[in-house]
Structure formats: C-alpha cells, structure tokens
Design a protein around this ligand. Structure first.
Ligand code: SF4
Length: 367
C-alpha cells in the first residue's frame, strides 16, 4: 500500500467511525487490553485522530506492570543467594519491589544475567553446573508456552540446575474481573492479537455471551487497529455483542493447539495476584506436581514476608482504565521512566510510560 493509499484508507475508516458515533449521548469507551496495542496506539497518535465520541482506555495487558511487589521481593531474595544466578528479561531490572529492585541487587553484586528468551537460560545453566539458575517466568499466554518448552528441553538435555520463578498470567480471567468491577466502564474490548494466536478466539466468547460486551481481536499496525475499532463501533451502534477476528491473517479460531499442549504439560491454572488489582481466580499458571523439582519456590522455599511499600502510585486504577496516568500526582514529576515509582512507568509497554513518551503521538498516516 502506498503512503497515499494508506492515508486515504485511514481517512475512510475514521470517517465511518465518526459517522457511527455522531450524536451519542455519551462517548463509547473501548479498552485495549494489550500493552503492545497501547504502544501502537500512542505511537500512531490514534487517540488524537478519533472523534471525541470514541474514547480509548488502556487495560492490564502489560505483564511487567501487573507483576506484584512480593514476586519482585522473592526474585531479589533468590538473586542475593551465593548459589543462584538469576536470568531475566532486561525490563524486570527496574521494577520496584517493596524496598529495592533487581537493578539495585545487581549493582550490589548479585549475579543477574539478561536473556532474550527463556531458552537462553538453558545455556547459562549448562555453563554453571555448580549454580542454581532461576529464570523469571513473567508474561501472558503468549510467552508461557516458551517457558514450558524450556523446562521440557532442560529435562531432555539432562540439565538439573534450571528453575522457574513463575508469575505467568492469563488474559480471559482478567477480562471477567474487569467486567464484574462496577468502577470499570467500557463498551467493548480490543482483544490482544498475540495472545489470541495461542488461545484462539473461542476463549473470549464468554465476553459477548455472558456480559453482552463486544470484542474484536486486532493486529498491531495502525490501520489494523482502526479497522478493529470500526468493527467495535458497528457492534456498539447496532446494540450487538459478539467476538470478531480482525487479525485473521495470523489468528485462527482454534489458536495454536501445539503451544497449548506444551503449556499444559508443565503448567496448570491457579489463582494469581495482580499488582494494584489483587487476586483474580484462576488467572495464573503454576507448575504441575510432576515438575515441582523445576519450581524454585518448591525446590528451595524462602522464608520471606513482603511488606508492600505505600506510595501514591495509582497503577492499579490505571490498569483498570479508571484513571489516566495524568491523574496520578507523581506522573512526570517524581515518576519518570528513568526513575519509576510504579511498574506502569517501567516497561516499554507500560501505560504511564506510553503517555510519558508519546503523549501527543509522533506518527501520521501518509507522513
Ligand atoms: S505515573 Fe508512576 S506512580 Fe503514577 S500510576 Fe504511573 S507508574 Fe504509578
């Protein structure tokens, strides 16, 4: 598509959205659930392009943002042990625990290695047979199968010193929590394309059937997002609620059964704590009993009591779309990406970081 065609297509989509939303008594509010969508929307300046009658709010789809203090405290406690090497994605280093961060622990001498895939931690374990290598398994359905595959691969290679500290989470139970929360007001969900690649679209059916809420699985290019928003507007205008797939080139209704099979070999569902939100039933993954030996918390239990730090951070409300980052008194003052008070400012996919970096948008169709 040429730049001119892209611009014309975007304008046509926006015109149709404007026509459908004209004259509403109150604006439609659509929530993008995924942190990658949040960043794409901000980079493209889509919020500014949409008519005033269509609002976008961000949801809890940034895995780093919803990882609770006490998980970070346990990660730090393991990292500080002489016999442990911690392997993690880089953005976890700045996530605050209740009194410090992994970055501070690393600066103080803890052996923390940055990896780009859970599978990289197998190599670290092989090269350090006298150490326990602990991978921080944080993420959603998108990355959890790779963590499970890593456990299976380590077992196949006879590597016995690789462990997981698991905090993976599942998106559908979070949607259920949002729709049951009287403070949360949304008229439809822009559903996460990456997650749906694994789960398929059927797992979201309850959103429409039980809560009469429209949902559209969306890709990540600005035009794909605008198209998905148009589909949401059409459903809202017609008073309908169903799950549509606007990312059909990548997402199949049945998802990726192989990834789910690998995941199901190693993990089972469990209640999980979401930072700022609290416990959500069956929204997490826990290693099955057969793999307890690879679960660091069962192999080497900690005696640790976390005391969450009290701050004015409003991440919990930001992640439920109740307030915007600008309504947090710390935004852009005490809390900036280089000195984050809360996790929503740490991750590149964090809502507060996106507002801070791309507040006005930097991209224009055809530009
Ligand atoms: S701006 Fe910082 S302190 Fe405020 S909600 Fe966001 S992450 Fe928390």
């Amino acid at each position: 598509m040429t730049k001119a065609e892209e611009k014309e297509t975007a304008q046509n989509l926006l015109n149709e959205i404007k026509r459908l939303s004209a004259g509403l008594e109150r604006p439609w509010r659509f929530m993008e659930v995924c942190g990658t969508h949040t960043v794409s929307i901000f980079r493209a300046g889509l919020r500014q392009m949409l008519p005033g009658q269509v609002e976008l709010v961000s949801g809890p789809g940034c895995p780093v943002c919803v990882t609770p203090d006490d998980y970070m405290d346990r990660a730090i406690a393991y990292a500080e042990r002489e016999d442990v090497i911690l392997a993690t994605f880089g953005d976890m280093l700045k996530v605050p625990g209740s009194s410090s961060s992994l970055g501070e622990a690393k600066a103080a001498g803890a052996d923390i290695r940055i990896v780009y895939s859970p599978l990289d931690s197998i190599q670290v374990a092989r090269e350090n047979p006298d150490k326990k290598v602990v991978f921080l398994a944080v993420g959603f359905e998108t990355t959890a199968p790779t963590a499970a595959a890593t456990v299976l691969e380590a077992e196949r290679q006879g590597i016995g010193n690789l462990y997981m500290l698991s905090a993976q989470k599942l998106v559908p139970p979070a949607l259920r929590m949002l729709m049951s929360d009287p403070e949360v007001r949304v008229d439809g969900f822009l559903l996460p394309g990456h997650v749906a690649v694994v789960t398929g679209t059927e797992v979201f059916r309850f959103v429409a059937e039980e809560y009469h809420m429209p949902g559209v699985v969306a890709g990540f290019e600005p035009l794909q997002i605008l198209y998905a928003l148009l589909l949401l507007c059409r459903q809202a205008a017609a008073g309908e609620a169903r799950i549509e797939n606007a990312y059909g080139s990548v997402v199949r209704s049945e998802g990726n059964p192989h990834s789910r099979e690998v995941l199901g070999k190693v993990y089972e569902t469990a209640d999980a704590e979401w930072r700022g939100i609290g416990k959500i039933p069956v929204s997490g993954l826990r290693m099955k009993e057969e793999y307890a030996r690879s679960d660091i918390e069962r192999a080497v239990p900690l005696d640790l009591e976390s005391k969450p730090k009290k701050t004015a951070c409003r991440c919990g409300e930001v992640l439920r779309g109740i307030v915007t980052p600008r309504e947090c008194p710390l935004f852009g003052k005490a809390c900036v990406p280089t000195h984050a008070v809360g996790p929503c400012m740490v991750s590149v996919e964090g809502v507060c970081a996106a507002w801070y970096k791309y507040g006005q948008g930097v991209f224009r169709f055809g530009g």
